[in-house]
Design a protein around this ligand. Structure first.
Ligand code: NAD
Length: 424
């Protein structure tokens, strides 16, 4: 028997949600007690204070975190989030999901995540650069190309990854592109990485719609969140022939039953920075967007937006979780009981990002660079394999698709821990 001495460090709604998902999966595969808690809880974390000189001469101290959930299957891997509601519990939950995701799709990585409590929209470009560099400076001894590799997430982007890579490289005294993925191509970023997560979401949506015998030409799509993942998913699905009827960001949601002109929305976003007052569609609320009648609903923003309050009201046929953790455990139960909505769980649905991050890391380590077609062909091959494994697990054990995906991911991490044994 193992007994966990559990602190309240990570305690939060989202961490408890990730733990409950784990417990359900561990029960389903009868994971031995001796390995459970080692597999479940994060391995280690670092919290840092980040003083940043503001443009007006004042100094603000921001708080930042990095949680390494699992290092048993390879270097830890995971994005860095800049958002005002970041907590260490949220970062820990996201790190946990990274572990299951990397394992599920067969990447030689553990799981990690980072975050800074900040609204990046409130910082000037100079302040944002200083904060990004300061974060990496504080993490220099905690991260490394063979220890823990960072990437973008909500509120961070290629530019920020470039600053972080430069900071780390200056510290070690030589260029070290493999410290972060999602970098600009000029400094070792991969072709296809910017669109990878969205391209992966769209590819899996296409595959599951084909299984459901729904033609793409008759598919309507509502997407919550129009950042990197949401916008790239929209573009890829639209290129496949689907109609994007609703999009949103934190300033509001927009609906056009005839289909949203994505080029116009992206141009608007480029100049205005947010979708607020976008005139190419009717304004609705983010809550209304989730309950729209559509073929595919794609949450691509933050966690816990599909809850016991709205799960019964969803009117989609397919729920594709581009965001991490968008569906609460209670909502999951409701959706399962309804039986009329197919689900692509987050750990599978948005895995395209980390798969191409892995390709980027491989290219950096070998100093040998691939073309975009090669990247995307390899990405779709990995997703096909993962989808087939999830579908087979679902059929074999009569699991829900989420349980099938989580059990596969969790089993591999547990197997690795068992094989490595316990350091005395
Ligand atoms: P992003 O910062 O580029 O975009 C986030 C979008 O969500 C923005 O449009 C923002 O305005 C919107 N948003 C924020 N709060 C909202 C709210 N309350 N209601 C509606 N919209 C809101 O971030 P991203 O990289 O696109 O990440 C989106 C999701 O995808 C996150 O859950 C992230 O963890 C997940 N994800 C990202 C990647 C990646 O490669 N970037 C990979 C896998 C998973």
């Amino acid at each position: 028997m193992s007994k966990a001495i559990v602190s309240t460090l990570y305690d939060s709604d989202v961490f408890r949600m990730a733990c409950r998902q784990f417990d359900k999966a561990a029960d389903a595969i009868s994971l031995p007690e001796t390995i459970r808690d080692r597999t479940k809880y994060p391995r280690r974390c670092l919290a840092v204070a980040l003083p940043v000189k503001r443009d007006d001469g004042s100094v603000t101290v921001f708080e930042g975190y990095r949680v390494q959930h699992n290092l048993s299957t390879g270097p830890a891997k995971g994005g860095i989030r800049f958002h005002q509601s970041v907590t260490i519990g949220e970062v820990a939950a996201l790190a946990m999901w990274m572990s299951w995701k990397c394992s599920l799709v067969g990447l030689p990585y553990g799981g990690a995540k980072g975050g800074v409590v900040v609204d990046p929209n409130q910082l000037s470009p100079t302040e944002l650069e200083h904060l990004s560099r300061r974060y990496m400076q504080e993490m220099v001894n905690f991260l490394g190309p063979h220890t823990d590799v960072a990437a973008p997430d909500v509120g961070t982007n290629e530019k920020i990854m470039g600053w972080m890579m430069d900071t780390y490289s200056n510290h070690v005294g030589h260029i070290s592109p493999a410290i972060v993925t999602g970098k600009p191509i000029a400094i070792g970023g991969s072709q296809g990485r910017r669109e990878a997560t969205g391209a992966g979401v769209a590819y899996l949506v296409k595959k599951y719609l084909a299984d459901m015998k729904i033609p793409l030409g008759k598919t309507t799509v509502a997407i919550q969140g129009f950042g990197n993942v949401g916008s790239e998913t929209a573009l890829a699905l639209s290129a496949y022939g689907a109609k994007i009827v609703a999009i949103s960001d934190y300033t509001g949601a927009f609906y056009n039953p005839k289909g949203i002109d994505l080029k116009r929305a992206l141009t608007y976003l480029h100049y205005q920075k947010v979708l607020r007052d976008f005139d190419g569609a009717e304004p609705i609320t983010n809550e209304q967007l989730l309950e729209l009648k559509c073929t595919v609903l794609i949450p691509a923003a933050l966690e816990r937006v599909i809850t016991d309050k709205n799960a019964a009201k969803l009117q989609c046929r397919l729920l594709a979780e581009a965001a991490n953790g968008p569906t609460t455990n209670a909502a999951d139960k409701i959706i399962e009981a309804r039986g009329d909505i197919e689900l692509i769980p987050d750990v599978l649905c948005n895995a395209g990002g980390v798969i191409v991050s892995y390709f980027e890391w491989l290219q950096n380590l070998s100093n040998f660079y691939w073309g975009r077609d090669e990247v995307l062909t390899k990405l779709f091959g990995v997703l096909d394999k993962a989808k087939a494994a999830v579908d087979a697990q679902q059929d074999k054990f009569k699991f829900s698709r989420r349980l099938a995906a989580l059990t596969l991911g969790i089993q591999r991490v547990a197997d690795a821990k068992a094989a490595r044994g316990l350091f005395p």
